[in-house]
Design a protein around this ligand. Sequence first.
Ligand SMILES: NC(=O)c1ccc[n+]([C@@H]2O[C@H](COP(=O)([O-])OP(=O)(O)OC[C@H]3O[C@@H](n4cnc5c(N)ncnc54)[C@H](OP(=O)(O)O)[C@@H]3O)[C@@H](O)[C@H]2O)c1
Length: 248
Amino acid sequence: MPTTRLTVIDDDPAALDTLWEALEPEPDLALPRIRAVMISTVDGSTTVDGRSGGLGTPTDRLVYDAMRARADLVMVGSATALAEGYGPARIAEAWADRRPGPPPVVLVFTRSLPDRLIEHCAPLGDALQVVAAHGVPGDRLEVARRQGVTVHVLDPGPLRAAVRSLATHFGASEVAFEGGPELLGTFLREGAIDELVLSVAPQLVVGGDRTPLASGPGTSSVPMRVAAAFTCPHGGLYARWVVDGAAG
Ligand SMILES: NC(=O)c1ccc[n+]([C@@H]2O[C@H](COP(=O)([O-])OP(=O)(O)OC[C@H]3O[C@@H](n4cnc5c(N)ncnc54)[C@H](OP(=O)(O)O)[C@@H]3O)[C@@H](O)[C@H]2O)c1
């Protein structure tokens, strides 16, 4: 009977090359490429009892750091930025020699531009900038800008075009989209994600309070194909999925 054996990424320095290559985007994706990087349990939950901490393996950390090291821009939802205490992006030592130039700017997406978000971003300077949905009231934009927060407003119309136009404004070829589930659901529904790099943590959770990988109103199906996959001694499964129609 045929068996499928996945490449194992271990502590051997040569394995870093394998991992880096596995995360190489499909060559025929149009620029800018927007690639999500997420982790879930085997049953597809991104948080267990409200937290995503504890799911990651050292290999997942390498994957996450590599996606940042490849990126010209990071995009993230405001709930994740606040819950995870986002600060300026840094390039991890493991990938520093492959990354020329400064770390990517982090763009935090919001629909309401709450005071909490403004207070979080204000002390961090331009390493963390805010992207407001089209239609956020002008007085909210003013409050944020008065406190020194750089705020971009998305163009009206389809989200995919607006997000690409924003990335192009930054001269970005590659964007690491870091969730969370609500914003990922929105981006997927709007066709704004090209690839999903998904770490499946080596655990399945039975019961409990969980959040799916992508959430939001209604139900949509997004067909994908796996383009690269590997495992690690800790037992997780890591795959780069390409959204149908994004490449070629
Ligand atoms: N396992 C993983 O890989 C992973 C990854 C990331 C996060 N997480 C976890 O997920 C949780 C947070 O995720 P979440 O799904 O609740 O929230 P989220 O996706 O991080 O952020 C949702 C927020 O994004 C903003 N937003 C939504 N649609 C938008 C649009 N069209 N344009 C502009 N802004 C928009 C809104 O911000 P405002 O409320 O400011 O209007 C909305 O409340 C945290 O517990 C985090 O730890 C897990």
